[in-house]
Structure formats: structure tokens, C-alpha cells
Design a protein around this ligand. Sequence first.
Ligand SMILES: Cc1cc2nc3c(=O)[nH]c(=O)nc-3n(C[C@H](O)[C@H](O)[C@H](O)COP(=O)(O)OP(=O)(O)OC[C@H]3O[C@@H](n4cnc5c(N)ncnc54)[C@H](O)[C@@H]3O)c2cc1C
Ligand code: SF4
Length: 467
Amino acid sequence: MGQLGAFLKIGRVENPEREPHERVGDFREFVGTLPLVELQQQGARCMECGVPFCHNGCPVNNLIPDWNDLVYRDRFEEASIQLHRTNNFPDWTGRLCPAPCEASCVLEIREGEAVSIKQIELAIANRAAEEGWIRPQPPTTESGRSVAVIGAGPAGMACAQQLRRAGHAVTVYERDEAGGGLVRFGVPDFKIEKTVVQQRVDQLAGEGVEFRFGVEVGRDIDVAELRSSHDAVVIATGARVPRDLPVPGRELDGVHFAMDYLYGRNRFIASGTEAAITAAGKHVIVIGGGDTGADCVAHSHREGAASVTQIELVGEPPVSRPDDITPWPRWPMKLRIPYALKEGGTRDFSISTTHFEGNGKVESIHWAQNSGAHPFELVTGAEDSRPADLVLLAMGFLGPEGALLEALGVEKDERSNAKASPLKYATSVDGIFAAGDARRGQSLIVWAIREGRGAAAAVDRFLAAKA
Ligand SMILES: Cc1cc2nc3c(=O)[nH]c(=O)nc-3n(C[C@H](O)[C@H](O)[C@H](O)COP(=O)(O)OP(=O)(O)OC[C@H]3O[C@@H](n4cnc5c(N)ncnc54)[C@H](O)[C@@H]3O)c2cc1C
Ligand code: SF4
């Protein structure tokens, strides 16, 4: 275990971040890790509790106390081996996970004192990349079976890696020009540089996974052909149908879904291709207070927007953990200041958009304060308006695109996701499985990885039973 009683002497230290005024001038990552000695001290704070709740709080059940101790002892290669046993892409989660493990760390019973688990995970993953420990691990025997994975997001890629390592031939069909799904085309470079995504695509390719980029299943290859050329199919297409805002003026030029903006920005950074939607010099309104909204705010800063305002329908949460609603070790529903707002802009809660105005092109947004919770009644006399040249709708996603599920004949659940139990990942059609946001609904990278691993195990059992 870490150093006995270290948690009593050493306080939690957050990841170092580049200064907001400096980082908005480029697209490089802005979060780092502590120098080695300080990082080891953070690892030493782990108490190796009798019942490590962090391990259960982590969706992939990372063996956190084990690698905290290995980092404390400067045994990074063993820490990397241990970390990769449960997590295919710790370099992605170390950067992007909201760290539910930390919310359930026993030290977090006193709020704000959790072991800095995510930072330690990132340091191990970075060291693994620097030392060349992220190598292909191709299988030693071939099963003779073949699996199609539709979608190269974290769910599809984790699934493909597990299946390939079990000896199956795996083809990943991806409509985008490169792998990573939302981690590549949704999340900005300043949160994860795309070399970090590519190192995993290369690793999978080195293991023998075949990627077919620029191929949309259902359009470029029909589902009957897909089924006849593979023994099993995994749907990992994400939840890409965005929630719309049906208010007067929605049709005006300049009102866009956030993903159209973010895909354009990510492609611009990757290849210099000028994007159709730009925030440069504009009054930008971002509707939606989640991760997607924050990423739109941050891109707008880097583009030199005239002003950036983020609005959120629901009320402002409490500043500290509400013990009656989300007690430890549950994920606390409390106020968090997104990184993007540290860089500038404002955020308002309990706001309902009533309409947009403009002459062909949006010029202003009109809203009213609401009651802060369902059914969001409008407060009379609390109407307001702001200039708006660009409005980005970042209000979440409703589920996967229906056409592919229909073409495959897969039953949907009540939320329109592919219907499959989290234990079996099998859909209503024999030989077709589903994982990630396409099955679970809009979620997190770490859940997508868990789902990809779970679906791979289910496919492996299915293929073994058919042998
Ligand atoms: C802007 C934004 C920021 C986010 N930030 C974070 C964050 O910081 N931390 C976090 O944990 N989570 C974050 N998330 C959520 C996270 O990215 C997703 O939960 C995760 O990527 C889901 O993985 P997935 O593999 O299920 O789906 P996706 O990542 O959506 O990948 C699905 C893939 O399937 C492909 N596809 C779809 N249909 C077809 C077809 N018919 N044929 C071929 N290919 C197809 C798509 O092109 C895509 O590449 C963010 C989401 C967004 C939108
Ligand atoms: S993947 Fe997320 S929840 Fe799991 S250990 Fe890493 S930061 Fe924590």
C-alpha cells in the first residue's frame, strides 16, 4: 500500500493547467500532470481501504489502489500493465473522464480530499506512450471467425481490440475518415491531441484489426452483404441524433447543431480545411450546459468571438455535494465550473429560449427565466434578449440514428436505443450485438470502453457456442 498515514499529512493537489489567457491562443492540450516526486506523494495518499469503493465507482473497474501503490514505488511499467488489464485506452480516460472513481474514494467522505486518481492514471498512460510500452499485442492463434464492428468510437475500438486479441478476424466499418468517434471529432484538441487517439488506431491496426474508413454501413455497404460476410456484427454507432429546439426563428441562418460546429473545428485543426461555421468576431450563444456546450464555448474563445454566452435550462445546482440527494459514494449533482468558462464568457441557469429574431439570418435570442425544474414554468416579467450572430444547440442527444437499426431489423428500447441487456449485449436479432452510446444512450468514454469490452466477451461466447 501507499505510505502509512500519508493522507493525514499530504493534501490533494490538482493537475497543473496552463493559464487561461495563454492557452486560448492555441489548440494544444492545457492539462498536465505533477512532477514525479509530487505525483508519487499523491499516490501515497491512497489508503488501500479494506473495501476500495473507487474500484466500483470506476465503470471499467480499474484496480486503482494497486497502481496508486506502484506509482508511489516508481514501478511505472508494472502500473501500466495493471492499468491496461481493465482499460483499453487509459490515455483517453486519464484526460477526459469526469472521474466517478474520485467521487467514491473513501477520502472523499470529506469533500474535496479524494486521491487524485485520474491524474495518476494519466501519468501512467503518458509514461507508457513515452517508453514505447503501447505496443500491438496480436493474437497467437486464429479462431477462423470474423466479426464486423460498425463504428470506430471508443466502444467499437475497445470491442475490436478485445475480439482481435481473442483471435477473431475483425473489420471496423467507420463512415468518418479516421478512427476515434467523438473522441476525435467531438472533443477538441486542447482536451486531447489527436496523436493520442491515433496511437490507439495504430495499435489496433498493428494487432490485425482491419479499418475501413469512409464506409457508412447501410449506404456504402448494405446490411445483407455485411451479415453474410461476417459471423457476428456489433453496432457501436453512438447516439448521434441531436435534441432540437422547436421555437420560432429556429430556421434562421446561423442557428446550428453543436456537432456541426465541432466536427468542422476538429477537421480544421487536423487538416486546415476551412469550416462552414465560424464563431470569429460573432456574438455566440451556446444553448446547453454540458460537455458539448463547454467545448463550443472554448472553441469560440480560440476563434476570437465578440462575446460568448452559455445558457442552461435547469436551475443552478448547489456548490457542494447535496448529501440528501447524492450522498457519498454516489456521483454528486453539484455545481462545476467548466474549464471553458475559466477562459471567459458567462453562463446563466434556469433559462428557457422563447424565440430567435432576424432577417433571414439570426440577430437576437429571446428568453425568459424559468422555475429551474420540470415543468419549467416561465417567470412573468423575467424576459430578456441578447444579440446573437451564431447560436449553437448543445442540448444532448436523443439516441442512435434509426435507419441502420431498422435495416438490421433490431428492436429498439423505449428511448430508441438498440435494445440489448448490459450483461449479454445481444440484440433481438441472433448474431447482432450493441454497445456504447448506441445501446446505453448518450454517456461517457469510460462507459463506452466498458460496453465495448462487455460486448466483445458476449460475442466471444456466442462464437464459441456455435463452434
Ligand atoms: C462534444 C462532446 C464532448 C464530449 N466530452 C466528453 C468528455 O470530456 N468525457 C467523456 O467521458 N465523454 C465525453 N463525451 C461523450 C463521449 O464522447 C461518448 O459517450 C463516447 O464517445 C461514446 O462512444 P461510442 O463509441 O459509443 O460512440 P461514438 O464516439 O459516437 O462513435 C460512434 C462511431 O460510429 C460511426 N458511425 C455511426 N453510424 C455509422 C454507420 N452507419 N456506418 C459506419 N460508421 C458509423 C460514427 O461516425 C462514429 O465514429 C463528449 C461528447 C461530445 C459530443
Ligand atoms: S477511467 Fe475514469 S473512473 Fe476509471 S479510474 Fe480512470 S478516471 Fe477514474
